[in-house]
Design a protein around this ligand. Structure first.
Ligand code: NA7
Length: 541
């Protein structure tokens, strides 16, 4: 379709909000269809997550060559990854390369956020209010807001009073932050805190980690990729992507089909040692098939992991503090680390358990706990995100009949296929809640979701359909299906961003049905079935 034929003057066919992995791909796909599209993004350039998260140690936990896009053979031929798990600067370079390689930057506007969006009748269009005061009209609104883009700070009294620099890891400054000779606090020990602590422990004067709950961390085992190895990887791309398509997690690592009880004790141990010594998420997603679903198997593996922590951390008291007791292995995101546990063997690195000695307040000199005043030059908040729905709640999105998305999602997200919401015609959520994008290898799942959505848009145009909206029945059935996934898993017993808990966000103290838990292949099949049946569950006119 020609962009000038369908789009009315001053109106876009699609506005994509967010220039991260999903926004870039959606732009590429819709431009291929000749649509009039723009992407807006609050950052200074493309990259989304990888534009913002510039903290020391930020890097992939998935193999670089499973993270990149698979849609272009030329791109696969041209791009060399330098490490098995690339760092943030390289990933940002990659995404910029993609944008320029496919000439997409001309359709992107930066430093611009969507402040509100409202669906308008009788034009059946979305009207967007932008941060620069402009208004845009578009037929399709595609949100690519990211799942971990609404950073949250803890509600600690006196937070503003600290005399030195203090920032959330997501907003780590773009200019270098001096660390040498500094006394640094890191609050939070999720994947981000673990990466920062590991990276800066030997670069600072002193480091104090404030931990509320430890996580089960496993070695990343990163290494560089030589030119020859990159050639070998390149020759296997098809095999690599096929493998990712076959595993529930979308990573290279699929579950071992054996149940724990079927394997003699010594063999279990040897298998686990091999997983512990291997790179990436094999230890999480390539474990015995019952480790993530049977409490007894999970506990036995947890005991193995606890032993590893005790072996690596010299001080027994610190080691015990680092062993999770509130959740089983794999029930939260497993941080992958490089010498994280060894960081605590330095004399100048301390671990403060804030359950034993809570933070009372932040003062100009540092952090006052119930026990002592810790003095710092820099405070790093690695305190996570209002995950998955947070970036939606921060924008006023108004659908038909004045319905606000934040109101509809007040007790948790409600979607059909994680892509549309009843009451919000022509709104396509990319990598949204209740999709596989948030529960499996992000870019692999994003590629299938974005491709499916772009194909849907093409279908609508080919059939002369103006509007599309998930039906209420389809949405309810999908929510039941999502709930069923939770009921079958051990996940609901754990507080984490997967289950929508966030102590720093009002109303997020209870579990939410955030993610799709039946695995990436099942999600793709469901999408394909819906498309094959002329997009069942959608009302089109
Ligand atoms: P996470 O995984 O949500 O971790 C946040 C951490 O911050 C976690 O250890 C929290 O402790 C801690 N936290 C949060 N609020 C507080 C307060 N008020 N006091 C003390 N400690 C606090 O976020 P990340 O950025 O590490 O990782 C997010 C994802 O990014 C990750 O899963 C990857 O996919 C990439 P808690 O455990 O809740 O007690």
């Amino acid at each position: 379709m020609n962009e000038t034929k369908r789009s009315k003057a001053g109106q876009y066919d699609a506005v994509i909000v967010g220039a991260g992995v999903s926004g870039i791909l959606m732009l590429y796909k819709l431009r291929q269809q000749g649509l009039k599209v723009i992407v807006i993004d609050g950052g200074e350039g493309p990259g989304g997550t990888w534009h913002w998260n510039r903290y020391p140690g930020a890097r992939f936990d998935s193999e670089s060559y499973t993270y990149g896009y698979s849609f272009s053979q030329e791109l696969l031929e041209e791009w060399d990854w330098s490490e098995h798990f690339a760092g943030q600067p390289e990933t940002l370079r990659y995404l910029n390369y993609v944008v320029d390689r496919f000439d997409l930057r001309q359709y992107m506007q930066f430093g611009l956020t969507m402040e509100s969006a409202a669906y308008q009748l009788p034009t059946n269009s979305w009207e967007l209010n932008l941060s620069d005061g402009r208004t845009l009209k578009t037929r399709f609104l595609c949100t690519a807001l990211g799942m971990l883009s609404a950073a949250t700070l803890p509600n600690i009294p006196g937070r503003q009073s600290f005399a030195g620099p203090a920032f959330h890891t997501y907003y780590w400054p773009h200019e270098p932050v001096p660390l040498a000779g500094k006394r640094v606090a890191v609050i939070g020990t999720g994947s981000t805190g673990v990466q920062v602590i590991s990276e800066i422990a030997d670069k600072v004067d002193s480091l104090t980690a404030f931990q509320r709950h430890p996580n089960w961390c496993a070695p990343l085992h990163n290494s560089s990729i030589s030119k020859t190895e990159m050639q070998q990887i390149r020759s296997r791309y098809q095999e690599i992507f096929d493998l990712c398509r076959s595993t529930p997690s979308g990573f290279l690592h699929g579950p071992d089909r054996r149940a724990l009880a079927d394997v003699p004790v010594e063999e279990r141990r040897a298998f686990w040692e091999a997983l512990y010594a291997s790179p990436g998420f094999g230890i999480w997603h390539g474990n015995f098939r019952d480790v993530l679903v049977e409490p007894a198997a999970n506990a036995e593996f947890g005991a193995f992991m606890a032993e590893k922590i005790r072996q690596r951390v010299h001080d027994p008291v610190t080691a015990e503090k680092l062993i999770p007791r509130d959740h089983g292995f794999g029930m939260r995101r497993v941080p992958l680390e490089t010498r994280y546990y060894e960081a605590y063997n330095h004399d100048h690195v301390r671990l403060v358990n804030v359950n034993d000695t809570p933070i009372e307040r932040i003062v100009p000199e540092g952090i006052q706990t119930t026990e002592e005043l810790h003095e710092f030059d820099l405070i790093v908040y690695a305190t996570g995100f209002d995950a998955i729905t947070g970036s939606y709640d921060r924008i006023e999105i108004t659908g038909r009949n004045g319905l606000k998305l934040a109101d509809k999602w007040r007790d948790g997200p409600v979607t059909y296929l994680g892509t549309q919401v009843h009451g919000f015609p022509n709104l396509f959520i990319l990598a949204g809640p209740q999709s596989a994008s948030v529960s499996t290898n992000f870019p692999r799942a994003i590629e299938s979701s974005v491709e499916w959505t772009a194909n849907f848009v093409a279908y609508l145009n080919q059939h002369g359909i103006e509007t599309v909206e998930a039906t209420r029945e389809a949405e309810l059935a999908w929510c039941e299906h999502i709930k069923d996934g939770f009921d079958r898993s051990l996940l609901p017993h754990t507080k984490s961003w997967f289950t929508g808990y966030n102590s720093n966000v009002k109303g997020h103290e209870t579990m939410r049905y955030m993610v799709y838990l039946f695995g990436a292949p099942a999600f793709r099949k469901r999408l394909a079935d819906v498309a094959a049946h002329d997009y069942t569950g959608f009302h089109m006119q």
